[in-house]
Design a protein around this ligand. Structure first.
Ligand code: ADP
Ligand code: MG
Length: 729
């Protein structure tokens, strides 16, 4: 009988012949309790014995791996109490000494007669060959050309070769493994079977074999995640009823149809970009369909997401439904509202509910769009609430105020959520539930913080994704420079003064202080004082200050002054990150830019380049003030901003630099099944796994014909940890 992983999960490791109480304790310390845990304890890397050098042939200063036998070990302390372990080794061609400083445990680890692979630089000391603090991998009595190196734990006293020996027993006793993947899928993707995969990862004959094994196991990990996401997505679709919206008017040349959407497109002062048209087409399919839409619209700042969302809302409105747009801040909500009202000017809709006498009589009224935030006065709030309930307000734009109690809508057809990362799952669900009918409204989430496709598929795998990867024509790309020192910085301020002299405006973002809001404000104030003081770089200019601790009225006043051109420069904290839209601003200066993440820098930069004039972004950061490793990462980040203005490219760089950990952090808690798979290295396999998952689930929704997949989902993903999903019903 072929072995199932679920069976191995039931067998404790001490059932293995090679595991006594001591080894069991050591294994427990690294989280290995069952035979399955052990099987999934993968090698960290491999040593290829065919690629080793001989001591005799090594030149002085050369780095290499040599396979040696330990001859003698001595330990002592230096005069200043440093531990010193000296080992002499040989490989049959020559002998050499190894010196370990501050690694006293080497005395216990290395015993005469042991085989070890040693990686280091050959030195000559008093004429003798030696290496200092080399990397050592104990080989034990393993034979074979490729030696797996397992994560070892000195503390738990678990050595790589102990694990390797146990693995031999596991593989031998397991025999063949049941394979959940159909043969034809395997062949199509050129993947080895499961037995070959487990043998190949733990005891490969060649590096190529280890590679094929890894590929198969990576695929299995990704497939499990995708199966779970796709299954949930399909289940939500099956169990909820959406609105089949009237998508008329989207096709080219449809203006004649007289539909609201056609009229809108006809009057739009510009042509949609190719990416916008594609996104609208993708949305239209969802909107017309019987299932509620759950779609993510990704696009850089300025890519034109708003108009796409508006078209979708008009699709809802022309079928007699309402649209709601929720933004994370009042400023953003107000801007959206103003922009939408301007675009909707002159559009009208049938008066009265569909089928009513008024509609039959062909009476029409202007399309109504309302703004609802915490600043909305009581009387206006009552008027809006009434209009939402009786359906006379077609589109409502707002902040969290939209999801407060007392707001109900006659027929909410589409929910648009801007800047998804600022809203929690519950808030999205709350807004969606504002509809009073049985049907579930469609949901469109917009984000200007692109994440790489593969990451989107994994992190937002229960959403469909549309991408606006094209900016409207006529934009002048923002030129980004990195000011590394005082001379560069002088040029930055000269640029600010020159632009102001030419009638333009500038932003200065103050150093980020994450620890405390109060310190952040102090830093903003200090920067403002320094720049505007008598000897300041911006002396004589009209400069405003904006930070989070200002009252709403003060903030509004400062913004209004900047917008109207009465201020030349706005010194601000990251409160300007989203939503501020002043086309005349052409310079963005970000101080201590190395403290910001890529996404945040990109967002900040997006505040300029909104008009026709060429814009510049200056990143001010002196990398020498940071320490070692951090600096390298910060440099890579800043260089990426200098090199690219494409949010998707930057998102990929960010993923490369930070890894998926941060990205997955919030949503993927508990999803610890990705042991081998990397969303970076294995990008293309994410998509393949997703395709296979769709094929399986669509043919077999309950996984009845694929019981092994079902069993493994339960085994690896559990019942709870797939729980925190967007819009979970
Ligand atoms: P986003 O929300 O993606 O940051 P917006 O929707 O605010 O971008 O659009 C940015 C600007 O581009 C707006 O002024 C908008 O009117 C304009 N715009 C959008 N689509 C186009 C287009 N296809 N052609 C020209 N201008 C466009
Ligand atoms: Mg629908």
């Amino acid at each position: 009988m072929a072995r199932r992983l679920a069976q191995l999960a039931q067998v404790p490791v001490d059932d293995l012949r090679g595991v006594g109480p001591k080894t069991a304790t050591a294994l427990a310390a690294v989280g290995v309790a069952s035979v399955l845990d052990l099987l999934l304890y993968y090698p960290r890397r491999y040593l290829d014995r065919t690629a080793t050098a001989t001591i005799r042939d090594l030149a002085e200063g050369e780095q290499a791996t040599v396979l040696v036998e330990v001859k003698r070990v001595t330990a002592r302390r230096t005069r200043n109490r440093r531990s010193l372990v000296q080992v002499s080794v040989g490989d049959g061609t020559a002998s050499m000494g190894i010196t370990f400083f501050n690694q006293p445990w080497r005395e216990r680890q290395l015993r005469p007669g042991m085989q070890a692979l040693v990686y280091g630089k050959l030195e000559r000391y008093q004429g003798n060959r030696q290496m200092t603090n080399p990397v050592v991998d104990l080989v034990g009595d393993r034979t074979g050309r490729i030696i797996p190196v397992y994560p070892q734990s000195e503390k738990a006293n678990l050595m790589s070769w102990d694990v390797a020996k146990l693995m031999d027993e596991v593989l031998e006793r397991a025999g063949t493994f049941a394979d959940p993947l159909d043969d034809d899928v395997r062949r199509q993707l050129d993947l080895v079977d499961r037995t070959a995969a487990f043998v190949g990862i733990h005891a490969p004959e060649s590096m190529a074999e280890a590679g094929s094994a890894r590929r198969r196991l990576v695929f299995d990990e990704l497939l499990r995640v995708q199966l779970e996401l796709v299954r949930r997505k399909r289940e939500l679709e099956r169990t909820t009823t959406g609105i089949e919206h009237v998508v008329a008017g989207l096709d080219a040349g449809a203006a004649a149809s007289g539909s609201l959407v056609a009229t809108f497109l006809d009057r739009l002062p510009y042509e949609l970009t190719g990416a916008q048209r594609r996104a609208v087409r993708e949305l239209a399919v969802d909107l017309a369909g019987p299932h509620p839409m759950h779609r993510l619209l990704q696009g850089d700042v300025g890519a034109g997401k708003t108009v796409v969302a508006l078209i979708a809302m008009l699709v809802a409105v022309q079928g007699g439904h309402q649209g709601a747009l929720m933004a994370p801040t009042e400023v953003l909500a107000e801007q959206h509202h103003a922009g939408i009202v301007a675009l909707l000017d002159g559009l009208d809709v049938p008066d009265g509910v569909e089928g009513s006498l008024f509609a039959d009589a062909g009476l029409r009224r202007p399309l109504q769009a309302a703004l609802l935030t915490n600043r909305t006065g009581a009387a206006e709030r009552r008027r809006i609430a009434a209009g939402l309930v009786d359906g006379s307000i077609d589109i409502v734009v707002g902040t969290h105020a939209l999801i407060q109690d007392g707001v109900a809508m006659a027929s909410l057809g589409l929910v648009v959520i801007d800047e998804q990362h600022r809203f929690g799952v519950e808030q999205r669900a709350a807004l969606r539930d504002k509809g009073t009918g049985d049907a579930v409204p469609d949901v469109l989430v917009m984000t200007a913080t692109p994440i790489p496709r593969t990451a989107a598929m994994t992190v937002y795998g229960d959403l469909d994704v549309s991408v606006l990867d094209e900016l409207p024509p006529g934009r002048t790309p923002i030129e980004t420079t990195w000011a590394r020192g005082p001379l560069d910085e002088e040029a930055v301020w000269a640029d600010v003064r020159a632009e102001v002299a030419a009638g333009r405006q500038a932003y200065v973002v103050t150093p980020l202080i994450e620890e405390s809001d109060k310190l952040q404000v102090a830093s903003a104030q200090e920067t403002f004082d320094r720049l505007t003081g008598p000897d300041g770089e911006l002396a004589g200019l009209r400069v405003g200050l904006l930070h989070g601790r200002l009252g709403a009225a003060d903030k509004e006043q400062t913004m209004a002054l900047f917008r109207s051109g009465s201020l030349d420069v706005l010194v601000a904290t990251t409160v300007i990150e989203v939503g501020v839209d002043v086309p005349n601003a052409t310079v963005m200066v970000i101080l201590d830019a190395d403290r910001f993440g890529i996404a945040q820098l990109h967002q900040l930069r997006g505040r300029v380049g909104r008009g026709a004039a060429a814009s510049r972004c200056h990143l001010v950061a002196d990398p020498t003030t940071d320490d070692g490793e951090l600096r390298a990462e910060a440099e890579a980040r800043l260089q990426a901003l200098v090199d690219s203005t494409d949010g998707f490219v930057l998102a990929e760089v960010d993923l490369d630099l930070r890894g998926e950990g941060t990205l997955m952090g919030e949503r993927q808690k508990g999803r610890n099944d990705l042991r081998l798979a990397s969303l970076r290295r294995d990008r293309e396999w994410v998509g393949r796994a997703r395709d296979v998952a769709f094929a399986i689930v669509d043919a077999d929704p309950a996984l009845e014909r694929h019981p092994l997949h079902a069993e493994e989902l339960a085994l690896f993903l559990g019942d709870d940890d797939a729980g925190d999903y967007l819009l979970k019903s």
